[in-house]
Ligand binder design. Structure first.
Ligand SMILES: NC(=O)c1ccc[n+]([C@@H]2O[C@H](COP(=O)([O-])OP(=O)(O)OC[C@H]3O[C@@H](n4cnc5c(N)ncnc54)[C@H](OP(=O)(O)O)[C@@H]3O)[C@@H](O)[C@H]2O)c1
Length: 270
């Protein structure tokens, strides 16, 4: 029997992208899925797709940056399925902009979505996860290990998740729950993916690099494995593993790489 058989999984930001691929994978392994996103139309489309392949699922439109929406999200999930085994804090937005150009609104918005949008669902899910001895997983990025040029606000939020996950892990060690954080590398984007601009509006993404991305399905598989093995920390891709080694052995090499990334950013955005 699959590890995920009859497990109840809530995945924030699962109407598309990596969250949707993870919902499909875990659902096909027997999990009961709670889908989430803000756009009701996209959510309904995904709900229909998952139901058509026999996955037991519900969808809750909720904005994770709003605490009252997170209360509703977790409550609706538990009211419907009777429990919650796994929370995957995946909802997140990427950003572009140099430090001096990023508006106050853009700072507040990305912190609300990427940081508080993982903290609020976690706080509301915690009693249920303690009950089920389940998992809380945070989806971070290689930009959560170094301050990325042109994406400082994104890096700040993803680094914040590391601190939150660590505190949570220590505070709840005795509860025997799994707290995991996954640092994804470049993952294939949805065609219509948007990012937060420096002035704080959503704009179509421009790819900054020509590195071959991981498929969303492979990213989902890595998330599933991290949950099964109750991993505290997982870093994906060769670049991610190399970055982790260099951060320990040669920070100067990492700084060199980041300066190259800044040049690329300026070429694309100025
Ligand atoms: N793609 C990559 O290369 C990459 C690399 C490293 C890390 N990551 C991380 O992986 C996660 C997923 O990324 P992705 O590429 O799959 O993004 P995506 O394709 O843009 O999908 C994001 C999902 O989150 C939802 N969402 C956005 N803001 C939300 C909010 N305030 N409340 C609720 N749902 C919200 C979106 O639906 P609505 O817009 O309808 O709300 C959508 O379902 C993010 O945390 C991202 O930082 C991605």
């Amino acid at each position: 029997m699959s590890f995920f058989e009859n497990k109840v999984v809530c995945i924030t930001g699962s109407s598309k992208g990596i969250g949707k691929a993870t919902a499909i994978l875990l659902g096909q392994q027997g999990a009961k899925i709670c889908l989430n996103g803000r756009d009701e139309t996209a959510l309904q489309k995904t709900l229909k797709e998952l139901k058509a392949i026999g996955i037991a699922c519900i969808s809750i439109a909720a904005d994770v940056s709003k605490e009252e929406d997170c209360t509703t999200l977790i409550k609706a999930n538990v009211d419907h399925f009777g429990k919650l085994d796994i929370l995957i804090n995946n909802a997140g937005i990427s950003s572009r902009g140099l430090v001096e150009d990023i508006s106050t609104e853009a700072w507040r918005h990305i912190i609300d979505v990427n940081l508080l949008g993982s903290i609020f669902p976690t706080i509301h899910a915690l009693p249920h996860i303690i009950n089920s001895k389940g998992s809380i997983v945070f989806i971070s990025s290689l930009g959560g290990k170094v301050g990325m040029p042109g994406q400082s606000n994104y890096s700040v939020t993803k680094m914040g998740l590391t601190a939150f996950a660590q505190s949570l892990h220590t505070e709840h060690k005795a509860d025997n729950i799994h707290i995991g954080i996954i640092y994804l590398g470049f993952v294939e984007n949805e065609k219509d993916k948007k990012v937060l601009s420096a002035i704080g509006n959503y704009v179509p993404i421009k790819q900054l690099n020509n590195k071959k991305p991981t498929s969303r399905e492979d990213a989902a598989l890595s998330i599933a494995k991290a949950i099964i093995k109750r991993k505290k920390k997982v870093t994906l891709t060769v670049l991610g593993k190399l970055q982790a080694i260099l951060l320990r052995l040669s920070p100067a090499a990492v700084n060199w790489y980041l300066r190259k990334e800044l040049e690329k950013f300026k070429e694309h955005y100025n």
